[in-house]
Design a binder for this molecule. Structure first.
Ligand code: C2E
Ligand code: MG
Ligand code: MG
Length: 705
């Protein structure tokens, strides 16, 4: 290595006075003057040299930083000092070259970092001495930056380590500050896209945002966080993924920030979900199993107790399921159970639970429902089960027996409630299957009665227990027979006969009026053909029609079919509708009535005066007759108001060109009154009671001369 030698600048050396250093303020080594104090007041090492290389001043820090031996400074020549310095710097050549450069250009300033052999790092500032144009030398100032540089480096290294760690991590690392993401690692950007600068919750599933924000608020209030939270985040493809998220409060640029690690746990969650699902669902139907049903029932009952509400429960058992298994095989049985489960689920609402308890038994939980509503739902279920199933390639008809109970009245806890529903279900089985049965608690008496009636109506229909009676309608004054009204009767197996007032309303409420009404229509058409043939009189038959029949089925088509079937012309049939049914669902009803009239069938308005038919309705309805309700006829002779109503009705009807039938005529006085008022037709016990068709034929034939 070539020795580094300092060849200082040459030239005339300015005097100390010229440099303004000669008023007692010499170097600190020699003087304790003002200059020395100033020089020693700084933490930097200072050296002042004139342009000829002569040391003009220095301070103690300079000597100690460079470990200069005693006497070097006092020699006043920079050579010795520079030699000592060169000895210590790592790159003496570069150092020397720089000094030469600076000496050659006295006006230049410089700032450099110098490494020393002993590992220290100095920062060196070199400035011209004196003002521009009158530069007299150079001031060198050295600062030991070893500690700061080391700190900077270690910070840089730690930053690099963090980056390497963050970028290599197989989880999302985010830093957010002021609710904005300010750092996102590669994994996070790969999964969520470019999220820098976005609010931190943009990727959180909407249902989890509140929980995440609440956690954030708690953290910012200084509350310690209990470990991690599981959140759903939405990735750049829009897929929902599960993450285990931890947030740590950190300081960033003097402000609070949160370092978030989000570790993906989607697979684990899915596995957990699968396990949970398997534990709480039935494998064959995928419906909730008994355990889940009991859980939900407990919750619903607790809620009902708190809110003084009720919970409906239905147990459903497929009738004669064993036959299916035995005749078609187990696979077919399984298929039937699976399809039954699907049907039940379709009927129910999302808030209801249908579970499979085992075998062919299902349970339904109806939170918040009372007995009426539970019956309503059960009716839909039983109807759904009656529809044919397609099993093993063939159509299969089954039925089910349903037991209903309502908690808390029928059971304070799940166990007793299930037991009540079970008891009811066995009663349904015992009394013939294919029916509902409510658990017998005092609260349910009325509902049970209604249900029994409904079950009996079903049976009655199936066993042809319904018959029609006919009551004559005659022309006033002449007494000529014009027609008959068909009135339904229910003959029970015990020999009793029930009147329509005791069952028609239930038939209407349960939908059974449709099959019943169709039976009446068809039978009446057939019977009037028979009566006409037997009596040789062009009689008309009046059939009572319920509002539900007009509203819910294509009544005109049924009427036309019945006429065709019986081979009679439309003039032989009249339909009686009540005022109130004519008023229901007006447009649809009016439409249906017009279709019927278009067939040639006449319409009459029954029980006139009991409803609220407006004159406007009378004008718009395509009716031919009105029937004065028997309650007005009854009081003729005793109640002047009723007499006035009867007579006003007759004259009003006549003004609208309608015929009037007086109903419930029991006495000669009533008959005379109505005839005097011009009533066209009469009906009542005085003129003939309702009776079976053949009895009517016999009595009419025997009356003939
Ligand atoms: P409605 O259409 O007004 O029938 C006349 C009712 O008055 C019949 O009662 C009849 O037996 C009764 N009646 C006839 N003459 C007299 C009398 O002189 N004195 C008294 N006190 N009553 C008399 P019923 O057969 O019990 O029928 C009651 C109601 O049930 C009918 O009133 C009708 O609204 C309804 N109904 C009867 N059969 C059917 C039917 O097949 N379908 C529908 N939807 N309703 C029917
Ligand atoms: Mg009638
Ligand atoms: Mg009537």
């Amino acid at each position: 290595m070539r020795p580094v030698v300092w060849k200082g600048p040459s030239g005339p050396i300015p005097t100390r006075a010229e440099l303004g250093l000669d008023n007692g303020a010499a170097s600190p080594g020699t003087s304790t003057g003002l200059l020395a104090s100033i020089l020693n007041s700084t933490a930097d090492g200072l050296l002042v040299i004139d342009h000829a290389g002569k040391i003009l001043a220095w301070n103690d820090m300079f000597v100690s930083m460079w470990n200069l031996p005693r006497g070097v400074m006092e020699s006043r020549h920079d050579e010795a000092a520079i030699a000592a310095v060169l000895d210590q710097v790592s790159d003496a050549d570069a150092f020397l070259t720089r000094i030469h450069e600076l000496y050659a250009r006295p006006e230049k300033q410089s700032f450099e970092t110098i490494s020393l052999k002993d590992g220290r790092i100095f920062e060196r500032v070199s400035k011209p001495l004196g003002p521009r144009g009158d530069i007299k030398g150079r001031v060198w100032s050295f600062r030991d930056a070893t500690t700061r540089k080391a700190a900077e480096r270690s910070l840089r290294e730690s930053e690099m380590r963090f980056r390497a760690f963050a970028e290599g991590a197989a989880c999302a690392l985010l830093i957010y500050k002021d609710e904005t993401i300010v750092f996102a690692n590669k994994w996070a950007t790969d999964v969520f896209g470019e999220i820098l600068g976005q609010p931190f919750w943009v990727n959180i599933h909407p249902d989890d945002v509140e929980a995440a924000k609440a956690r954030g608020r708690k953290r910012s209030r200084g509350a310690t966080q209990d470990g991690h939270v599981d959140l759903r985040l939405i990735d750049r493809q829009g897929a929902v993924r599960w993450f285990e998220v931890t947030g740590t409060l950190i300081a960033l640029e003097g402000r609070a920030a949160v370092l978030v690690t989000a570790y993906e746990i989607t697979k684990r969650k899915e596995a957990e979900d699968r396990t949970r699902h398997v534990a709480f669902h039935d494998a064959l139907t995928d419906l909730p199993n008994r355990a889940l049903f009991v859980n939900r029932a407990e919750a619903a009952l607790a809620l009902a107790r708190r809110d003084e509400g009720t919970v409906g429960m239905i147990l459903l058992d497929i009738d004669r399921f064993k036959n299916v298994n035995d005749s078609l095989g187990r696979d077919a049985g399984d298929e039937l159970i699976r399809r039954s489960g699907e049907r039940l689920r379709e009927v129910l609402r999302g808030s209801d639970t249908v579970a499979r308890l085992g075998g062919d038994e299902f349970a339904v939980l109806l939170p918040g429902l009372g007995s009426d509503e539970t019956v309503f739902v059960a009716r839909k279920l039983i109807e759904a089960m009656r529809q044919p199933f397609l099993v093993a390639g063939r159509e299969l008809r089954v039925s089910a027996s349903l037991g209903l109970a309502v908690g808390p009245p029928d059971g304070e806890n799940v166990q007793t409630l299930v037991k009540s529903a079970d008891t009811a279900m066995y009663r349904a089985k015992d009394s013939g299957r294919d029916r509902l049965q409510l658990f017998d608690s005092t609260m349910n008496r009325a509902a049970i009665h209604l249900l029994e009636l409904e079950n009996e109506l079903h049976e009655g229909l199936a066993l042809d227990e319904f018959v029609l009676f006919y009551q004559p309608i005659v022309r006033a004054i002449t007494g000529e027979l014009c027609g008959v009204e068909a009135l339904i009767r229910w003959r029970r197996p015990d020999g009793s006969v029930r009147e329509p007032d005791s069952f028609v309303a239930v038939a209407e409420a349960t939908g059974l009026i449709q099959p019943l009404g169709l039976f009446v229509l068809r039978t009446a058409c057939r019977d009037i053909a028979h009566l006409r043939a037997a009596l040789h009189v062009p009689l008309r038959v009046s059939v009572n029609i319920s509002a539900a029949q007009i509203r819910e089925v294509n009544i005109a088509a049924l009427v036309a079919a019945s006429l065709r079937e019986a081979g009679i012309e439309a003039e032989a049939l009249e339909l009686e509708i009540t005022e109130s049914s004519a008023l229901q669902g007006q447009e649809r009803t009016l439409e249906a009535l017009r279709e019927i009239v278009a067939l040639g069938v006449s319409l009459s308005l029954d029980d006139f005066g009991t409803g609220y038919a407006s004159l406007d309705l009378l004008r718009r309805l395509p009716i031919k007759r009105i029937k004065i309700d028997r309650s007005f006829v009854q009081d003729v002779g005793s109640d002047k108001v009723d007499e006035a109503i009867a007579s006003a009705t007759i004259s009003l009807a006549h003004q609208l060109s309608l015929e009037v039938v007086g109903e419930g005529v029991e006495t000669a006085h009533q008959k005379e009154f109505l005839e005097a008022q011009g009533c066209d037709l009469l009906q009542g016990h005085l003129l003939g009671r309702p009776m079976p068709r053949d009895e009517l034929i016999r009595s009419l034939l025997s009356d003939r001369p």
